[in-house]
Design a protein around this ligand. Structure first.
Ligand code: MLC
Ligand code: AMP
Length: 510
């Protein structure tokens, strides 16, 4: 019989022999052993298996970060279902879309959201809604407590789905990137090797677990190495610094590094035991890269990835693999193809800027129930178009210089202008709008809205932004909004966002 390609089987096989050793220590002082992870994921997997839901069912989680939320992910893999994580900041309209589109069989949510979210889920035909709070309470755990703590890992083929991650589209609605067991496992194995995970490594886990960075890169990294995690439910720079002397690996989006640098406690002495600082999900400013080295003596390793592809490139970890170059995202990972092409699709030589395209065992199978969108995003010869613009240097290090997709990355979260413009344009008195990202000292980019009123209407920009706050995730809400008579347009009638960005570029300057 062929080996079970279920990702959980590989993670479980990497648990240390001493199952009573600490696997996760939380910020509230709880310690979970490896045996706890095994037993609790088995109980949850048995609960899911008992629901009599079809193979391939999606299990949607809209839960605060907690070890139990991670266990729900592991249990979903273990039982062979498909995990669908949802940002806790999403509000009603956003969730209605995700649930309607993904048609999950199970929704797990915070109990405070149960009254409206369960109604919404039932309207969309979801059969089971459980609650899970960040204090180990909720119906999910109550129900699971009645099940056996023994569970045989479901057999899955390498190409069967493990997770769907929604990532917004440049024009319309969000698209669900379908990731298989092999996509996730192959990437985790490559990172284990190239980032030189070692016995005794300890990871500070400070990222949310509903996106690739915190859920896959960080959690898989520690689990596949049998490494302990120091778990923070929420990023807090002082709590991270306090844990540095007991840790060896930290992963963050650039905003986390910017905020850590503002703390006096970040010193060489505090980082003396650390082995690796990884940054990604958004461009790391060269100043942050340099300030970090000055303050801590450590060179941040920047890597590049996407929801559709997990990790693609990485600066070297071992000195023998080369130096880490600030401002670059390093060479392609082993087994991953990365090319830079011109508009006609021809490969460009080093130093020339073009479209970044990728392929490899890590690249997703397509967008959930969107075959046309999937076809559009792949070239005829099977490369995925990332929408990022970059160039290679002579050594094969990639630098991301921009994006051809209209996307803002704020504090590591993606904001699609078209989505926000859609909400603004629907508001009374708004004729049209343009949403742009401009440099922001904390979030990298800050969201700014520019609106044009309908004839004879006086718009109150602040009131419109306040109204938006009740509709969409808070990080998508523009930090500043302006009312103007017209939007700048080119001869083709297209809004010239570059001019708006230039005009507002100093808006958030310190
Ligand atoms: C919070 N706020 C943000 C924001 N996060 N505004 C813009 N951008 C953000 N990212 C705002 C809220 O709207 C709120 O405003 C106020 O800040 C306080 O909210 P909070 O939740 O208390 O904020 P905080 O805890 O400080 O969160 C900041 C953060 C968080 C940087 C810790 O955003 C974060 O964890 N980011 C990481 C995202 C991530 O994991 N990305 C990986 C994607 S994977 P108000 O006005 O409502 O008070 C990926 C692929 C890859 O991209 O390559 O990895
Ligand atoms: P997401 O859709 O959340 O997976 O975001 C993926 C996008 O984040 C990529 O297409 C890039 O635009 C961006 N990104 C990720 N890592 C980096 C990085 N190190 N530098 C620049 N951009 C990055």
């Amino acid at each position: 019989m062929t080996a079970n390609a279920n990702l959980f089987a590989a993670l479980r096989a990497a648990f240390p022999a001493d199952l009573d050793a600490a696997a996760i220590e939380t910020d509230t002082g709880l310690v979970y052993s490896w045996r706890d992870l095994d037993r609790a994921s088995a109980m949850l997997a048995n609960l899911l298996a008992s629901l009599d839901i079809p193979a391939g069912s999606r299990i949607a989680a809209h839960t605060e970060k907690s070890v139990e939320a991670l266990l729900l992910y592991l249990a979903t893999l273990r039982a062979g279902f498909v995990y669908l994580p949802l940002n806790t900041a999403y509000q009603q309209a956003e969730l209605a879309y995700f649930i309607g589109n993904a048609e999950p069989a199970v929704v797990v949510c915070a109990s405070r959201n149960f009254p409206w979210l369960s109604k919404l889920a039932f309207q969309h035909g979801v059969a089971h809604v459980f609650t899970l709070d960040d204090d180990r309470s909720g119906t999910l755990l109550e129900r699971a407590s009645h099940f056996s703590d023994q569970h045989e890992i479901a057999r899955r083929g390498p190409d069967e789905l493990a997770a769907i991650l929604y990532t917004s589209g440049t024009t319309g609605r969000s698209k669900g990137a379908m990731l298989s067991h092999a996509n996730l496992l192959s990437n985790a194995q490559v990172l284990k090797d190239v980032w030189d995970w070692q016995p005794g490594d300890v990871l500070i886990h400070a990222l949310p677990i509903f996106h690739v960075h915190g859920l896959f890169v960080a959690s898989h990294g520690a689990l596949l190495n049998g490494s302990k995690m120091l778990w923070l439910a929420k990023f807090d720079p002082r709590a991270v610094i306090e844990r540095l002397p007991r840790a060896t690996v930290f992963m963050g989006v650039p905003t986390l590094y910017v905020r850590l640098l503002q703390e006096g406690g970040l010193t060489r002495a505090a980082c003396a035991r650390m082995r690796l600082f990884v940054s990604g999900s958004a461009p790391l400013l060269i100043e942050t890269f340099r300030d970090w080295e000055d303050r801590t003596g450590h060179v941040i390793l920047e890597r590049y990835g996407m929801s559709e592809t997990v990790m693609l490139t990485s600066n070297p970890c071992r000195a023998s693999d080369g130096e880490r170059v600030g401002g670059t995202v390093g060479p392609a990972l082993p087994g991953v193809g990365v090319r830079v092409v011109d508009d006609a699709g021809a490969n460009l030589p080093a130093d020339e800027i073009g479209h970044v395209q990728v392929r490899g065992p890590n690249v997703f199978g397509g967008y959930w129930r969107m075959p046309e969108k999937t076809a559009e995003e792949f070239t005829a010869d099977g490369w995925f178009k990332t929408g990022d613009v970059g160039r290679f240097d002579a050594r094969g290090y990639l630098t991301i210089v921009g994006r051809s997709k209209d996307l803002i990355i704020s504090g590591g979260y993606n904001v699609y202008p078209a989505e926000i413009e859609g909400y603004l344009n629907d508001m009374p008195g708004v004729a049209e709008s343009a949403v742009i990202g401009v440099p922001h000292p904390d979030f990298g980019e800050g969201v700014v809205a520019v609106m044009v009123p309908k004839a004879g209407v006086t718009l109150d920009a602040d009131a419109l932004v306040a109204a938006l706050k009740s509709q969409i995730a808070n990080y998508k809400v523009p930090k500043r909004a302006f009312v103007v008579a017209d939007l700048p347009r080119n001869a083709m009638g297209k809004v010239q966002k570059n001019l708006l960005r230039e005009q507002h570029q100093g808006l958030f300057a310190r």
